[in-house]
Design a protein around this ligand. Structure first.
Ligand code: FNR
Length: 185
């Protein structure tokens, strides 16, 4: 059976570069793997009352089921104010509760941060790692993936230009899948 790797872009924006990176990765899953886009649209901000008082929104249940069904995750994160965008942090929070039922638990992850700017989402990349430690999600350390000038990577149809960044992404995915096999429970 194929191992299913979720591609989670930390942006809701229609023309999001992170989503375009996810779409670039989607068709390159090698034999034995399926890549699956996970949308964060419509996921309400986490409120512990929902879990404590048995008022869990259907969107939380569906999202938790979707994550539970994955074998691994590639997080494609932009950076907001030198950290993880709230929408992605919220998704981590929703999946982490109720206490003891963390759906991220043990799923090997990779972090691909990106930005139109020069710092490439470094702050978001490393803040995300901090949360993943607590969630018991092992995160690939090498290669580190920081994608700069993402606004120059795509044509008007959202297709990534051929070139060194695309090649590097393909190499990073290949490295992740090898690392995944060693770290999957
Ligand atoms: C940004 N942006 C940004 N970029 C960056 O490199 N470091 C940062 O700290 C920030 N901070 C930030 C805060 C907020 C609130 C916004 C809206 C934007 C710019 C950001 O990289 C750019 O908007 C990306 O295009 C967002 O990613 P998506 O939506 O294209 O995936």
């Amino acid at each position: 059976m194929n191992k299913v790797i979720g591609l989670i872009a930390g942006s809701l924006r229609k023309e999001s570069f992170s989503k375009k990176i996810a779409n670039t990765l989607l068709p390159i899953a090698p034999q034995g793997f399926e890549f699956r886009l996970i949308s964060l649209d419509g996921l309400p901000i986490y409120n512990q009352d929902f879990d404590d008082h048995n008022e869990v929104p259907a969107t939380y249940t569906a999202f938790r089921d979707e994550i539970r069904a994955l074998d691994g995750v590639i997080f494609i994160t932009p950076e907001y104010n030198r950290s993880v965008p709230g929408v992605l942090k919220n998704a981590l929070d929703v999946g982490s509760r109720p206490y003891g039922k963390n759906v991220w638990d043990g799923k090997p992850a990779a972090i691909f941060s990106n930005s139109p700017g020069n710092i490439s989402g470094f702050g978001a990349n490393h803040h995300l790692r901090q949360s993943l430690v607590f969630l018991n999600v092992p995160a690939m350390q090498q290669p580190e993936v920081y994608l700069t000038k993402v606004d120059e990577l795509f044509d008007e149809n959202g297709t990534m230009h051929e070139g060194s960044t695309k090649q590097f992404l393909q190499q990073a995915v290949a490295a992740y899948l090898v690392w995944f096999q060693k770290n999957a429970a």
